[in-house]
Design a protein around this ligand. Structure first.
Ligand code: SAM
Length: 278
């Protein structure tokens, strides 16, 4: 007999890694639900149905910062359920291999597994790489709750423009600025220093800065990531500014109004921006 460390057999290692990974992924989904009270599901549904994938025939799609494939699955389901389309394809791209692995595992339980309809790729949104992701390739580029994590939004938009076919659509779902007049008036009223309700607003404000990172600590053991998440939401450009960035990348957009260049969800808590490659 010998003492010392034994090498963990390959099959056990795989199980260990898988278990660790499973816990990360399930917390990710739990956190999504806890921080948005499950509302992210509704926003994702309306994001995908507003794009009506499959309406004009099968599409070649790329879902960037696609994580575990929430958007990809909705695109494929929408096309199949509404247009009997089983030829639309989605390439899920993410910088994090673990998220992609969880996506792959998740799709194993769907009818899309082992079909050309779905694939997973590790790459950076800011530099997808011209070899793997060629110019003028996709009909639809989606990015949901991912662009605010990228250090250079213009670089992401430039790559999106490059890989889309002329006439192809760029579509982004992201947390944004509340600009519903009623909601705004309510928020301003609460903000007014003389308001008896100031403390209520403070509570709302503190929710994002305290409760979300706290939930991050308790549920995912990861306060910093969730603190960062809240800060990145606050730093993200407001709707007209982001629409201008999309145009600066070469896309054409609707007018700078809700329902034009962008469509607010819940008064701007989240927002869909679209642009067409001209
Ligand atoms: N789109 C998915 C969804 O809506 O559920 C995932 C959103 S998740 C909040 C953000 C994702 O962006 C993460 O999976 C992260 O790894 C990815 N990400 C962050 N920076 C990225 C980059 N530069 N390029 C590609 N993916 C990135």
């Amino acid at each position: 007999t010998s003492f010392g460390f034994k090498t963990v057999p390959e099959e056990i290692k795989e199980t260990l890694v898988k278990n660790v990974f499973d816990s990360v992924a399930s917390k990710y989904d739990l956190m999504n639900d806890a921080t948005s009270f499950g509302v992210h599901r509704l926003w994702k549904d309306s994001f995908v149905s507003s794009l009506r994938p499959g309406r004009k025939g099968p599409m070649k799609c790329i879902d960037v910062a696609g994580g575990t494939g929430d958007i990809a699955l909705r695109i494929l389901d929408y096309a199949r359920e509404n247009y009997y389309d089983r030829e639309t394809t989605v390439e899920v791209v993410d910088i994090n291999a673990q998220m992609l692995k969880e996506g792959y595992r998740r799709f194993k339980q769907t009818m899309y597994h082992n079909t050309p309809q779905i694939s997973f790729h590790e790459a950076n949104a800011q530099s997808l790489g011209p070899e793997k992701f060629k110019d003028n390739t996709y009909d639809l580029y989606t990015i949901a709750f991912g662009i605010r994590n990228c250090t250079s939004i213009p670089d992401v938009l430039k790559e999106a423009y490059r890989v889309l076919k002329p006439g192809g659509t760029f579509a982004c779902l992201e947390f944004s600025r509340v600009d519903n007049p009623l909601l705004n008036a309510f928020v301003s009223m609460l903000r007014a220093p003389s308001s008896q309700l100031t403390w209520v607003f403070r509570l709302y404000d503190q929710y994002s800065f305290t409760v979300i990172p706290l939930l991050g600590t308790v549920l995912a053991g990861d306060r910093e990531s969730y603190q960062y998440l809240v800060e990145s939401i606050r730093k993200f450009p407001p709707q007209p500014e982001f629409a201008q960035m999309i145009r600066d990348a070469g896309f054409s957009t609707g007018k700078d109004v809700d329902g034009g260049a962008w469509t607010n969800q819940w008064g701007g808590i989240a927002c869909i921006h679209t642009g067409v490659k001209v």
